[in-house]
Design a protein around this ligand. Structure first.
Ligand code: URA
Length: 178
């Protein structure tokens, strides 16, 4: 399996019976540089992502791009993906069974890209990589040598203090990588 085959498999996926995959307009594969040193992992596509078939292209995506800039990175140099590859109806939280259903794709992405640092965005993504960790305690720190959790950008959109923390953490991520 290479990244192109993985992309094709995800976009062609159907018939599994899981609600997000069955009801979404499009599947949303990860995207970015195959040589990325950093992989950002969100929760699941929202409405804009569902419409365009690309991750983080709505308001949370705009904030993510500002965070990348603060960390000294460009979107095209990193890998951006989600735990769940299809939009859950009405943006509800993905169910554990749906997360498990999509997990082999994320695991393949991690294997193929082999990033130096994985950045789980928010508690849902963090849960997969560090089940016992709490985002409020570990955000902005390097865990297990290659995890650097950040708050989810969507959580910071209406919360100024979280937004300031997120930018501080993004700058700290930039320092870890330099
Ligand atoms: N939020 C996510 O977690 N993922 C996206 O792709 C967009 C918004």
């Amino acid at each position: 399996m290479d990244l192109a085959a993985l992309h094709d498999e995800i976009v062609a996926h159907s018939g599994c019976g899981f609600e997000p995959c069955e009801k979404a307009t499009r599947m949303v594969p990860g995207e970015g540089s195959p040589d990325a040193a950093v992989m950002f992992v969100g929760e699941a596509p929202g409405a804009n992502e569902d419409r365009l078939g690309r991750p983080f292209v709505g308001r949370a995506g705009m904030l993510l791009e500002e965070l990348l800039e603060a960390a000294g990175m460009r979107r095209e140099d990193v890998w951006i993906t989600n735990v769940v590859k299809a939009r859950p109806p009405k943006n509800r939280d993905p169910r554990a069974t749906e997360v498990a259903h999509c997990m082999p794709w994320l695991e393949t992405e991690v294997e193929l890209i082999s990033p130096r640092v994985i950045v789980p965005l928010g508690r849902h993504a963090l849960k997969h990589f560090a089940p016992a960790a709490k985002i409020a305690e570990v955000h902005g720190t390097l865990l297990h040598e290659r995890l650097f959790p950040l708050y989810h950008p969507a959580a910071a959109m209406y919360n100024q203090s979280l937004r300031a923390t997120l930018f501080d953490d993004a700058r700290a991520l930039g320092s870890v990588l330099r």
